[in-house]
Design a protein around this ligand. Structure first.
Ligand SMILES: [Zn+2]
Length: 217
């Protein structure tokens, strides 16, 4: 597969170092870029695995160092800020990736990653309603479920400008009255839904559907 020039953004995205706009741009990019998408799924899985096992790994290290009578661990501990500590699983993940790439003969038994069918690239979310012109201001937006334990982010646009966005674990949202009040007859609207894994990775996306609230006859 051809390497992508956006590859360096993967880590920035996973560690939430991008501002909202860059994040959104990159989400759109990697969802359509087979190279970045594959790398993203790999890293996301690896990082969450290491986060889960992180406590255990550091526990072991601590015990070993203590036996030697060294204060290595304490020195390092005071050297890093809590925020940097939080990144240690991340560095561990990157180190592992490097080990995987450069030392194929010494690589440990590969961890078993479970990538469910929900995570295959290019899955799209089917929007159910509203998808055609309607005569009243909608009160509910509905789409097809993308699997279990998925968080959806819904964006509603008024003529291209973002009107409202929210997140839910259901496959529908009921529009709050204050948002409905901002929608008027004769206006054009559009909406889209994105699905995120529990780790926060984008896994599916809907197309942007347009509808108009027509003036009744
Ligand atoms: Zn790419």
């Amino acid at each position: 597969m051809k390497k992508c020039k956006c590859k360096h953004l993967i880590d920035d995205y996973l560690f939430d170092r991008l501002d909202e706009e860059k994040k959104k741009k990159f989400e759109e990019h990697y969802f359509n870029c087979p190279y970045c998408f594959e790398k993203m799924v790999e890293r996301d899985e690896l990082i969450s695995l290491i986060k889960q096992k992180g406590d255990m790994i550091f526990q072991d290290e601590y015990v070993v160092e203590e036996e030697k009578g060294a204060t290595w661990f304490e020195k390092i501990a005071s050297f890093f800020t809590p925020k940097q500590w939080a990144l240690i699983p991340v560095y561990t993940a990157l180190l592992l990736i490097v080990v995987f790439i450069f030392f194929p003969y010494f690589k440990p038994a590969p961890p078993q990653f479970f990538i469910s069918e929900d995570r295959v690239r290019g899955e799209s979310i089917t929007l159910i309603s509203p998808v055609i012109d309607i005569k009243t201001v909608p009160s509910k937006f509905e789409w097809k479920e993308s699997g279990e334990d998925v968080e959806y982010k819904i964006y509603i646009y008024d003529d291209g400008e973002k009107l409202w966005a929210t997140t839910t674990k259901d496959n529908f949202i009921v529009l709050p009255e204050k948002v409905r009040k901002r929608m008027t007859l004769g206006e054009k609207y559009s909406w889209e839904v994105k699905a995120f894994s529990p780790e926060g990775t984008l896994i599916a996306i809907s197309s942007k559907v347009h509808f108009k609230i027509t003036k009744g006859e």
